[in-house]
Design a protein around this ligand. Structure first.
Ligand SMILES: Nc1ncnc2c1ncn2[C@@H]1O[C@H](COP(=O)(O)OP(=O)(O)OP(=O)(O)O)[C@@H](O)[C@H]1O
Ligand SMILES: [Mg+2]
Length: 230
């Protein structure tokens, strides 16, 4: 018998969230976080109600990409995420104070589930989840608990990355996790799912207005339009 009340609490917490998009990619450093953060900003600018949740315990970075400093959730019947640039923003960094968190395996899973269970997102059009690299218990739990979450799989143009991508897509199929689409980041040339390598991206990090003006953001926006997200 399952006596853990949190799955039903999470269902309740996410009941007014229309779509959950989990930005995944099994390789590290391929642009999951810049994709998740920029997607949240793009959607907020379009007037959608947006939440962004950085779930990467080992390397939370959305707060740096967004330049969100000095934020903390309000405790009010759970945790109410602070709003930054029109985005309700939650990050595991709020709880780790920027120190590396020595959580492992089941602990990470537990902490993520706990945070999903206590965060008050309210009404949202989209909740964007920035997932940690790889596929571990924690990542699988998130997909299991955030029912109806769709995967946006980030990859890069490399034979090795594509091999990993193919394996991840097979697993999602087996687990019946819906895949919204694929973003081929750091592409050399334009294409229907390509986001080109943008030498100006690094300088725009930490500045949302500048980030939205990058070629990276306009490429991502075009891919999202093709996927009927924007
Ligand atoms: N299209 C791009 N053009 C130029 N630089 C990029 C591009 N995409 C990502 N980067 C840079 O690559 C680095 C890694 O990106 P990011 O942190 O988003 O990757 P990640 O997949 O989230 O990494 P991790 O696995 O550590 O969570 C960042 O410095 C980012 O600015
Ligand atoms: Mg990341």
């Amino acid at each position: 018998m399952n006596i853990d009340p949190r799955p039903s609490v999470i269902g309740e917490r996410l009941s007014r969230v229309k779509r959950v998009i989990a930005v995944t990619g099994w390789k590290g450093g391929i642009g999951k976080s810049v994709t998740a953060s920029t997607l949240a900003l793009l959607l907020a600018k379009k007037g959608y109600k947006i939440g962004l949740f950085d779930l990467d315990f080992a390397g939370a970075s959305d707060h740096l990409i967004l330049g969100a400093k000095g934020l903390f959730p309000k405790e009010e019947k759970g945790l109410e995420p602070p709003v930054y640039e029109g985005v309700k923003f939650m990050s595991v960094v709020f709880f780790s104070e920027n120190k590396a968190v020595p959580l492992r395996g089941a602990n990470v899973s537990d902490a993520i589930i706990e945070l999903l269970a206590i965060t008050q997102w309210g009404e949202l059009d989209f909740l964007v989840l920035d997932m940690p690299p790889g596929i571990n218990d924690a990542a699988l739990d998130v997909m299991r608990f955030a029912r109806g979450a769709q995967v946006l799989a980030v990859t890069i143009p490399s034979v090795l990355a594509h091999d990993v991508l193919d394996r991840s897509l097979e697993l999602y199929k087996k687990l019946k996790v819906p895949v919204l689409g694929i973003v081929e980041n750091m592409a050399a040339k334009p294409g229907p799912r390509s986001v080109r390598r943008d030498p100006a991206l690094e300088r725009a990090l930490g500045r949302p207005a500048a980030l939205l003006k990058t070629r990276f953001a306009s490429d991502l926006s075009a891919v999202m339009r093709r996927l009927h997200v924007i």
